[in-house]
Design a protein around this ligand. Structure first.
Ligand code: ATP
Length: 318
């Protein structure tokens, strides 16, 4: 098992109190698995990803354990994590376009980064060129400044940089949201290619666009208000979701061939709860079409069939 997360709680410390952005998450990602992570804005997707690599104030580790390749990751210790970042865990950030230093040429950026990790650009030249060609970038880009690359090219450059040392776990955070549809497809395919070539072992692919996950992910975890509500194979989440929230999320997706001027997107009525004082019991109950008194008590995450977990009292009770 590449990654095992157990009862992880990550809060933000604010003047008003603690924002419980990740509140008791447990899940596993297998070797070679791309796990999609989806849910509405503010459900804790980025917090989870960032906590696995860059946990710093106002983000605060509360409790839980993260095991990567049978070793405990010291995510609560920013300094101790230095030896894991980039080598064992790497992130392609949400705003990858701005991630590269604008006043250095790309050759220098890569060279500095490698040196920082005790590696040499010269020794890794062949790998760098191979990886560039894998993401369809000419090696001439090394002599350019980031500003001379298009948004899509910058994105692919960041993908190469983040994965140069073959990290076990790659965190991809909304890496397609600023791209046009054809670049989205290309970038998604490249992530799969990185996995297939064993450049990375496993991936957490965050997006609120489930149609992208359908093309890329082996499994999908759906989060709502800091909690996991459902996890299953991509096929099951898309075709046979069980949690009322997942069902609404899937039914609000555009269908191929439908014109939205004629059929408006449905969306989910209401808004997610504040995570400063989240509701007791099921956090979705106020928006849930099938909620009952039972939902005042928190539903446990139950495995309804192998590999399919759901946290809802209604599932299996009808
Ligand atoms: N620096 C911060 N201080 C306090 N609260 C924060 C901070 N950053 C995020 N939050 C809160 O943590 C919760 C989870 O946010 P997070 O960004 O992880 O969600 P997300 O699912 O990644 O959303 P998005 O899709 O918009 O990126 C939200 O309630 C958000 O308001």
């Amino acid at each position: 098992m590449a990654l095992k997360v157990d009862e992880l709680r990550i809060y933000y410390q604010t003047l008003r109190g603690e924002v419980k952005a990740v509140d008791g998450l447990s899940f596993q990602v297998k070797d070679g698995e791309i796990m999609g992570l989806a849910g509405e804005s503010g459900c804790g997707k980025s917090t989870l990803n960032n906590s696995l690599i860059l946990l710093k104030p106002p983000m605060k580790y509360n409790s839980g354990e993260v095991i990567l390749n049978n070793h405990k990751l010291p995510i609560y210790d920013y300094e101790a994590m230095r030896s894991y970042r980039f080598k064992e865990v790497s992130i392609i950030p949400q705003y990858a376009m701005n991630a590269l230093n604008p006043i250095k040429k790309l050759r220098q950026i890569i060279s500095d980064l490698l040196e920082h990790h005790g590696k040499s650009f010269t020794k890794m030249k062949d790998t760098i060129e191979e990886r560039l060609s894998l993401v369809e970038l000419d090696k001439k880009v090394l002599d350019l400044y980031p500003i001379e690359l298009s948004g899509g090219m910058n994105q692919r450059m960041v993908m190469v940089v983040s994965t140069l040392l073959n990290p076990s776990l790659l965190l991809a955070d909304e890496i397609t949201s600023a791209l046009d549809v054809s670049s989205q497809k290309a970038v998604s395919k490249m992530i799969v290619e990185f996995r297939d070539r064993e450049i990375v072992k496993s991936v957490i692919f965050v997006t609120h666009d489930i149609s992208i996950l359908y093309q890329v992910a082996d499994s999908i975890m759906i989060m709502y208000a800091g909690k996991q509500v459902e996890r299953a194979s991509t096929e099951t989440i898309v075709k046979k979701p069980l949690h009322p929230y997942t069902k609404l999320l899937i039914s609000s997706l555009p269908e191929v061939g439908i014109k939205h001027s004629e059929t408006p997107l449905k969306g989910i009525p209401g808004r997610p709860p504040e995570l400063l004082n989240p509701p007791i019991g099921c956090r979705f109950k106020d928006r849930c079409p099938v909620a009952s008194e039972r939902c005042d008590e928190e539903p446990p995450l139950v495995e309804v069939e192998p590999g399919h977990q759901v946290a809802c009292w209604k599932v299996g009770s009808e």
